[in-house]
Design a protein around this ligand. Structure first.
Ligand code: GUN
Ligand code: ZN
Length: 432
């Protein structure tokens, strides 16, 4: 049965609660969301909205469930799902021993299509409705991804990895081909339906100056493209960048020098940054994708959320599968909290849920389309059962405040809590 009206508990954000306090968010104990043609036609307290709803419309009424805008994963690698939980190494060795061998399988388009379908299913099972996605170096891996996302009609951003040095021969393109192939992919997929293209040099060490120059040329040739790459994740990586680009003042300065730092640039990690880097990111309105499960798993370091916030930098959360260890943005919030604990700082529950929804949408410059329940936005949302496990049920019974419930949900919850995921109001993952 397809519902157009949803009734239950609702939480969403208008702004960053870190800056705007209690006016940044809204919680309705008994709210109604009315979806028409995939967009939000009405939203508010049930007492206001109920009388406006035609009797003919089906209402899905789940008083105990919590409706949220869909989660936004601002950094993830779809080819890496088969090597999540690969033991024992930090970044550079992990790439050499696990990542590159797996990504070389994506030369096979049929394999890429099968993995892309599985990846989309897993995202939706976890309540993630939009993601910024690394494909592999193979052009067909991007086709496979967007085709799979098109079957679900999900709003997605993705791109072909550009990589012309310092990786196995079978995974290398060259600067000219990476430019031409990216261009063809942009012409095919960018702004088609709900899709956007991200120019995706893997990271500075695997691109020649010529490739970085051509990546920047794409950004000037097409409007509204994204730039997606990695930045300052690991100390050995940073030392390597210094050796490869000795004339640049920092890792971020490499990207700046080649024209890759702008308002639609999203940098994954950004753990070890100088104050001048934070200032540049803020000035250019670029975004950071904070990937806590990955940073802990690879032993990369502890993200400085306080400095990012102080500089007013856009931050989203990323799973960074397969260095990340969970598709669940609930688990990702929990690990983000623990990272702040290790820094002697904190991440309060409202800020965490903001980062996973509207914060992610803003990091991806998509806040006019998704991220909360404002009228006219696309109806990508999730329905959470906050008591999906025996332990959560028991713990919830002892929660006295919304923020307590949210925090327990993040720390103890995962895919089992996602009762349904809706894209444009249509159920995509609907266990019951
Ligand atoms: N840096 C360059 N490539 C990668 C990757 O695939 N994963 C992570 N976590 N960092 C990277
Ligand atoms: Zn990554």
């Amino acid at each position: 049965m397809v519902h157009s009206v949803f009734r239950g508990r609702f939480l969403h954000f208008f702004e960053n609660p870190h800056q705007h306090g209690d006016s940044a968010w809204q919680y309705l104990e008994d709210g109604i969301l009315w979806v028409e043609e995939g967009h939000i036609a009405a939203f508010g307290p049930a007492s206001n909205i109920l009388r406006k709803i035609p009797k003919s419309l089906q209402i899905r009424h789940k008083p105990e469930h919590l409706f949220l805008p869909g989660f936004v994963d601002t950094h993830v690698h779809y080819p890496q799902i088969e090597m999540i939980a690969a033991y024992g190494n930090q970044l550079l060795e992990w790439l050499r021993d696990y990542t590159f061998p797996v990504e070389s399988k994506f030369a096979d388009a049929a394999y890429a299509r099968a993995v892309a379908r599985r990846f989309l299913t897993e995202l939706l099972r976890n309540g993630t409705t939009t993601a910024l996605v690394f494909c592999s170096v193979h052009k067909a891996s991007v086709d496979a991804f967007f085709q799979a996302a098109g079957q679900r009609n999900a709003r997605m951003i993705a791109g072909k990895v550009m990589m012309d040095r310092n990786a196995p021969e079978v995974l290398l393109d060259n600067a000219e081909d990476s430019y031409t192939q990216s261009r063809e992919l942009i012409q095919c997929w960018h702004q088609r339906g709900r899709f956007h293209y991200a120019v995706t040099p893997r990271f500075a060490p695997t691109s020649t100056p010529q490739q970085l120059t051509l990546a920047a040329r794409l950004l000037t040739e097409f409007p509204d493209l994204y730039l997606h790459t990695h930045l300052s994740e690991n100390q050995a990586e940073i030392e390597w960048v210094k050796r490869l680009f000795p004339e640049r003042t920092s890792y971020l300065d490499v990207y700046r020098h080649y024209g890759l730092v702008g308002p639609r640039s999203i940098f994954a990690h950004g753990i070890h940054l100088h104050d001048s880097d934070f200032a540049l990111l803020a000035h250019e309105q670029s975004a950071l994708a904070h990937c806590p499960t990955s940073n802990l798993f690879l032993g990369s370091g502890l993200f400085d959320l306080a400095s990012a916030n102080q500089h007013g930098i856009k931050v989203g959360l990323g799973t960074d599968i397969g260095a990340g260890t969970s598709f669940s943005m609930l688990q990702t919030m929990a690990e983000a909290y623990k990272i702040q604990q290790l820094r002697g700082a904190t991440l309060d529950p409202l800020q965490a849920f903001y980062l996973a929804t509207l914060g992610g949408a803003k990091a991806l410059s998509l806040e006019h389309k998704i991220g909360n329940f404002k009228l006219g936005k696309e109806a990508d949302f999730i329905e959470i059962n906050p008591e999906a496990t025996p332990l959560l049920r028991f713990r919830s019974a002892h929660c006295n405040h919304l923020t307590e419930t949210l925090f327990a949900l993040a720390v103890l919850g995962d895919d089992r809590c996602i009762a349904a995921t809706y894209l444009l109001g249509q159920p995509q993952h609907y266990p019951d």
